[in-house]
Design a protein around this ligand. Sequence first.
Ligand code: URA
Ligand code: SF4
Length: 215
Amino acid sequence: MSRMPATGSAADFLPERRTLPALRAAAARCHGCPLWARGTQTVFGEGPRRARVMLVGEQPGHEEDLAGKPFVGPAGRALDRALEAAGIARTDVYVTNVVKHFKWVPKGKRRIHAKPNQMEIAACLPWLEAELDVIKPVVLVCLGATAAQALLGPKFRVTKQRGAWVPARWAPYVTATVHPSAILRAPDDAARHAEMERFVADLKRIPPVLTARAA
Ligand code: URA
Ligand code: SF4
């Protein structure tokens, strides 16, 4: 098993039963692309099956890779603060990534994030499609360009189109905004604060939609 070559697609590992536990267990054994050998473990999505909001990031980072859970590192903490400020309960949210293994390059003793390529993104997409199929969120939010372009097409520009509802087959309401790590990369406190405010403003468009759907 450990020497198993990548097959080219996660589709080769999809279970017959499409429940979250079955998908998670199957994803743990995925060899759909070469990244299976680079990360510590598959980091599958997390959250209640009845979540009405699904957030999709790029790929797990260093801390997520070790914990086996999405968005538990610095970007995840920024995301948690923003969700709270936007009045969105964590219990309403399912969080996942386009690519489920941490892609990294060594830098001294550290592991530095490396961008997933088109082959890896395409290979991993069946997991995200299966998650969408089970959760059937009311609102889907792409966090950053990787998620936006994987789900909304290569021409999508987060800088120009952030915060707007865009028609897409994935959910009744689909939108994209920046990745929370972009907030952390702001050059100074003032810029970081402004970026956070814009991010929260984008997320604040979610609760009214949920209220309207529930009514
Ligand atoms: N960045 C992501 O895109 N996803 C995570 O889970 C953590 C950091
Ligand atoms: Fe499978 Fe995705 Fe991991 Fe590649 S990154 S091995 S497709 S789970």
